[in-house]
Design a binder for this molecule. Structure first.
Ligand SMILES: Cc1cc2nc3c(=O)[nH]c(=O)nc-3n(C[C@H](O)[C@H](O)[C@H](O)COP(=O)(O)O)c2cc1C
Length: 279
């Protein structure tokens, strides 16, 4: 399969590491050649360092797993000074997309403004599934006015392309994708984890469901947005094999990200990219 044009640049293949499942790449460096991927989406970056939620942070079940990591990250300053420069010097061809999270719009802006000058960044992925503390904890992406405000503010704060990452549990995903596009986003990332509870297994109680159970949900969201809105989609959720990645591509996704399957075996995304190259 050939290279993909998106965000005004070329991805050598369509396979990305999904946000939060590969950190900033360091942990995988000894295991795989990151530069064989289309790109890596970093874990969420917030203005201040975050410890995240108490253990246990992941719990497996038959359809995949639940995680309650709580956006643990070293904060934007350490990311700008250490993590992204390290990753940039490791990569010649694979692209870097930075996942951004916050509890207020100002949080997102602080991260984006600090990181926009870094040349290595191809795009920002705005995690719109974060609870908005100014709206009683309702997710930014669950309501059109809040989503429009968030995307508009991010658009003003950066010259870099934006992809808006949406939850799979919205009543009308294409309508929210349209809001994102009208406010200047180039793409949407579909889908984030789905809320779930296995109370006796996670430190935080509830968590986000990822893995195989998400595959048909993400593929449907991708298809609907492509049909009804027509904007570029990064497909993510439940991809374990090249056949799964082809499902997203057939539904219209430009790029496909692999998360949970890469936690289990970090070689999976490169293997999928290699298999797709024979298509
Ligand atoms: C441990 C873990 C951490 C994650 N962290 C983030 C994150 O920081 N930001 C984000 O937007 N999504 C995050 N996600 C969601 C994934 O990027 C992806 O959307 C989701 O897991 C579905 O893909 P998968 O089934 O291939 O894992 C995380 C998922 C997992 C399992």
């Amino acid at each position: 399969m050939s290279a993909v044009e998106l965000f005004g640049t070329t991805f050598q293949n369509p396979i990305l590491l999904a946000a939060g499942t590969a950190g900033f790449g360091r942990e995988l460096d000894d295991v795989i050649d990151l530069d064989l991927l289309g790109g890596i989406v970093t874990k969420a970056v917030t203005p201040e360092p975050r410890q995240g939620h108490p253990a246990l942070r992941v719990a497996e079940f038959r359809g995949g797993m639940l995680n309650a990591v709580g956006l643990a990250n070293p904060g934007v300053e350490a990311v700008a000074e250490h993590e992204l420069p390290w990753l940039a010097q490791r990569l010649q061809r694979a692209r870097i997309i930075v996942n951004v999270a916050g509890a207020t719009i100002d949080d997102y802006i602080r991260v984006i403004e600090r990181l926009t000058p870094l040349d290595a960044i191809t795009a920002f992925e705005i995690n719109a599934s974060c609870p908005n503390t100014n709206a009683g904890g309702l997710e930014f992406g669950s309501e059109p006015v809040a989503l429009a405000e968030l995307v508009r503010a991010c658009r003003r704060a950066s010259t870099r392309p934006l992809t808006i990452k949406l939850s799979p549990v919205l009543p009308d995903i294409p309508a929210m994708a349209r809001v994102a596009r009208e406010e200047g986003a180039e793409a949407v990332t579909l889908v984030n984890t789905m809320p779930g509870l296995l109370d006796r297994r996670l430190g935080n109680g509830s968590g986000g469901l990822s893995g195989p159970a998400l595959l048909p949900i993400g593929v449907l969201a991708t298809r609907r947005v492509r049909e009804r809105v027509g904007m570029p989609v990064i497909g993510v959720g439940g991809v374990r094999t090249a056949a799964d990645a082809r499902e997203y591509r057939a539904a219209g996704a430009s790029l496909v990200a692999v998360g949970t399957a890469a936690l289990a075996d970090p070689r999976v995304p490169v293997r999928i990219a290699r298999e797709l190259s024979h298509d």
